[in-house]
Design a protein around this ligand. Structure first.
Ligand code: OOG
Ligand code: NI
Length: 463
C-alpha cells in the first residue's frame, strides 16, 4: 500500500499557505487577523460560558485556523476542474446559491469538508461562483468575454497532473502533496497584468464590475479570506481605529446571546494597480479584493431556517430600500424587533426543533450507566444532567448575506436586474456532479452524535 497524505492534512496545509500568501498580497488582512485574535482572546477570558461551550464541541482548537475564501470562475470547464482540485483536499461542493435575484450574475456553491472529524482538522471553505455569461445581453461583449475565457488556463500543468494522479491512484504521497499545495496556490494568486486592453476592460466593467473581475485576468484570484470571530460587533467597532473601514451593516441575524447561522461584515475593496495590454506599466486600477470577518452560530433545521428567512424578510421589507449607511440604525431596530420572536435559549431552540445539536454523555451519565432507575429518554437524561448538548455550528453561507457582501465590494449602486428562472440543473451540469444538501449533512452529524452518546450510556437508542 502506498502511503498517502490524508486529504484533511493537505487542506490544512493549503489553508495555511493561502493565508500566508494573502497576508503578503493584502497587508490589511494581516491587521484584521490580529484584531480578530485579540477579540477572541478577550471573549474567552471574559465569558467563560463561551469558552466552555467551544471546549465541548472542540471548536476551541479550530478557531484560530478557521477561515473561508471566495473565488469567481468564468466557465463550466473551470468550475469542473476546480471541483477536482478541491477534491484532492477532501472538499466537496455543498449547497447552491443563486445570486441573480440580488442583481449579481453568478450562481455559487461552497467547497468544504463534510464530516465533523474532517471539519475539526480543517474547516477551510471556499465560496465559489460561476459567472453566468448567458445573462449578458450585449452580444459582441459576451463574445469577447467568451473568447478571453477560452484562451486562458487557470491551472498549472503540474497541478493538473497531480489531480489526475490523485484520481487514478486514490491519493498523493508526501512529496506530491507538498508539490500540490504549491501548484494549486498558483490558481488563486493575484496577477497585476490584465489580459485585456484598457478599452476592453472599460467595456466589461461598464456591463458589470464583476464581469471585468472574472474575465480580464489570468486567473480567479482569491478575493477575500475571512477569519472567524466570537464577537463580530466588537470587531466591527474596533476596525476604524485600525485604519479599516467596515461596510455599513452586519449581514445576517442580529446580536444574540446564542448566535445562529452566520453574521458577516467586510471592508471595502482595495484599489489596486494593474497593467492593461496596451500599457507599458501599471497605470490602470481595479477593485476586487477585500477583507471580511464572520461570526458563526447554530445550524438551523428546515423549521428554524424558515423562521429565520421570514424574520429577515419582514425586517428588510420594513425598510424603504436596501440596508445601507443611511438607514443602518433603522435596519438594526427592525431586526431587533422582528427577531425577538426567535427564542434565544438553547433548550427552547432544541425543544422547538429550530437548530441541530451535538450530544455528549456527561461524567454523571456515565457513572449512572448501571442504575436501573435512571431516565432513558433524551429529555429525561438532559434534565438529569446525564447528557449535555451544544448547537452544531453552521458551516455554510447565506444567499442574502452573500449578495450584500458582493454588493458592498462591487459598489452599492451596482443593482442590476436579471431574468432567468431556476438554474441549479445548469450549475450541476457545469460542475459535473450535484452539490450536497447541507441540511442532510447536519442531520447526519447530529444522528452520529446521538448514536455515540447512546452507546456510551449503554442505551439502544436515544430519542
Ligand atoms: C463572494 C461573496 C460571498 C460570503 O462570505 O458570503 C461571500 C464573492 O464576493 O466572490 O464570500
Ligand atoms: Ni465571504
Amino acid at each position: 500500500m502506498p502511503s498517502f497524505v490524508n486529504p484533511d492534512e493537505i487542506r490544512a496545509r493549503f489553508s495555511r499557505a493561502m493565508s500566508d500568501m494573502y497576508k503578503q498580497e493584502v497587508p490589511l488582512y494581516g491587521a484584521l487577523l490580529e484584531l480578530v485574535g485579540e477579540v477572541n482572546q478577550s471573549v474567552m477570558a471574559q465569558q467563560p460560558d463561551i469558552a466552555r461551550a467551544l471546549q465541548w464541541t472542540g471548536e476551541i482548537q479550530r478557531l484560530d485556523m478557521e477561515r473561508h475564501g471566495a473565488i469567481r470562475v468564468g466557465t463550466a470547464a473551470e468550475l469542473a476542474t476546480i471541483a477536482r482540485l478541491f477534491a484532492v483536499m477532501g472538499m466537496e461542493p455543498v449547497g447552491y446559491y443563486d445570486l441573480t435575484p440580488a442583481g449579481v450574475p453568478v450562481h455559487s456553491t461552497a467547497f468544504r469538508a463534510v464530516h465533523e472529524q474532517s471539519l475539526q482538522t480543517s474547516p477551510f471553505r471556499v465560496f465559489t461562483s460561476l459567472l453566468r455569461l448567458e445573462l449578458i445581453d450585449n452580444a459582441p461583449l459576451r463574445e469577447l468575454a467568451e473568447t478571453l475565457l477560452a484562451q486562458r488556463q487557470i491551472f498549472t500543468a503540474r497541478a493538473l497532473q497531480l489531480i489526475d494522479r490523485h484520481e487514478r491512484e486514490g491519493g498523493l504521497n508526501e512529496s506530491d502533496a507538498q508539490d500540490f499545495v504549491t501548484q494549486a496556490l498558483e490558481t488563486f494568486r493575484w496577477h497585476r497584468d490584465a489580459t485585456v486592453s484598457s478599452e476592453q476592460y472599460q467595456q466589461l466593467h461598464d456591463q458589470h464590475r464583476l464581469i471585468a473581475d472574472v474575465v480580464a485576468f489570468k486567473g480567479p484570484h482569491i478575493n477575500h479570506l475571512t477569519p472567524r470571530t466570537l464577537d463580530i460587533d466588537a470587531v466591527q467597532a474596533a476596525m476604524p481605529a485600525k485604519g479599516i473601514t467596515p461596510k455599513a451593516v452586519i449581514e445576517g441575524p442580529p446580536t444574540r446571546k446564542h448566535p445562529i447561522l452566520l453574521r458577516q461584515t467586510s471592508f471595502k475593496a482595495l484599489q489596486e494597480q494593474v497593467a492593461f495590454t496596451d500599457q507599458q506599466a501599471s497605470h490602470g486600477s481595479h477593485t476586487a479584493r477585500f477583507g471580511e470577518i464572520e461570526q458563526r452560530g447554530a445550524a438551523l433545521t428546515p423549521k428554524g431556517r424558515a423562521l429565520y428567512d421570514r424574520l429577515l424578510n419582514t425586517s428588510r421589507d420594513a425598510l424603504a430600500g436596501f440596508p445601507s449607511e443611511s438607514n443602518a440604525a433603522e435596519y438594526l431596530r427592525q431586526l431587533g424587533d422582528h427577531f425577538a420572536e426567535f427564542p434565544d435559549d438553547l433548550g427552547q431552540m432544541r425543544q422547538q426543533d429550530l437548530a441541530y445539536f451535538r450530544y455528549f454523555a456527561t461524567e454523571k451519565g456515565l457513572a449512572a450507566r448501571d442504575q436501573a432507575d435512571r431516565p432513558t429518554s433524551l429529555q429525561g437524561l438532559i434534565d438529569a444532567g446525564h447528557v449535555h448538548f451544544e448547537p452544531l455550528v453552521y458551516e455554510d453561507f447565506l444567499p442574502v448575506s452573500a449578495a450584500g457582501i458582493f454588493q458592498s465590494n462591487l459598489g452599492d449602486d451596482a443593482q442590476s436586474h436579471y431574468a432567468g428562472g431556476s438554474t441549479q440543473d445548469a450549475f450541476h451540469r457545469a460542475l459535473g456532479r450535484s452539490v450536497l444538501d447541507e441540511l442532510a449533512l447536519y442531520a447526519d452529524t447530529q444522528q452520529r452524535s446521538l448514536s455515540d452518546c447512546a452507546a456510551r450510556l449503554g442505551l439502544a437508542v436515544l430519542a
